[in-house]
Write a protein that binds this ligand. Sequence first.
Ligand SMILES: [Zn+2]
Length: 372
Amino acid sequence: MMRLLHFSKYWIYIILIIIIQLIEINNYSYHLYYYNFYKPLSMYLGILTGLVSFSIGDILYLFFIFYVFYVLTTSVFYFTKARVKKVYLYYCFKKICHFSILFYCIFKLSWGVNYKNRIFENIIGNTSETYNESILNSGRIYIVKQLNLLRSQIPDSHILNLNFNKSIALAKHELQNTSIQNGACKIKKPILKLSSFPEVVNLFGFSGYFNPFTHEAQVRYNNPTLLAPLISVHELCHQLGFSSELETSCIALYISLHSQNKIIQYAALIDLYFYCIEETIYLNSKIIHNFKNKTKPSWLEIDKLIIDEKVTNDLKKTLAELKQQHTPLGNVIGNYIRKIYGFFLLLNNESNGLRSYNLMVGWFIKNYKQHF
Ligand SMILES: [Zn+2]
């Protein structure tokens, strides 16, 4: 009986891996999976996790960390007993293999399976747009003009009163009501929660994250005020079934720029503007030289002649809020975590690693260059 159980367990693994591969390579299988598994799974998890305001996913992560700690400490105890070393090593190896395969399958199936969302590809299109310095400059100037225009239409009090709770409410409302692609991008029950460990998340250098095991989108309460709306929409777009960071950034930007709400549009453009600056610095060696040892506020020198005063003040405030979050310890830990995370992205077919987030700039240029 035990042998039969073992046999069936291995078969389950093999079948699961074959299913995942089929979904990855075949469009029809992907559609079947998305509408019959991913969407219902996300909806039911949303109903379940929506019953409480705190993050269930964060608690699960905490339990997992404690469990790993427990296993490691008991392992050290067993390893000291030379007699059982060999048997115990084999036992550990088997356990780790079982856990890894199961973790891989559950993670893949609940995280949208692959890094190419084929349901919304007519919106996203090809994300591998390359751009040179000249078109990037034109794009950045267009963004500045749009920022100036939008800011002149938004009352100061709306910017002043924007806070974490309002950003979350705006993002949820956006995903519940977006009319993009005849409402296909709508989420009936968007789950967006406050991260339970914002300081740790900040130390790791993340603004928000999506938990594929509970389908909760989470953001830090202390994100810069004007960046929070796009960060919140981005995390909710993972809930929609986007796995790739580049695609998620593009769809979040698309939804935000098509919003009826000017704050959402303005906040998305502020975020996009910063990514444009980073890309400008990345592409222009002369600017790199000038900016290498300067702090971020110097970014505002690049377009200072064309940015309106109110927009400049908003950008200054955002940069100051970003600076406030940086701590010496966070910089050291964040650097290591960014390297590990960049490697994780590379393993998941995001060939640009951490730069994947910046490359939504290319998508923007491709789709909006007729206005430049
Ligand atoms: Zn993301």
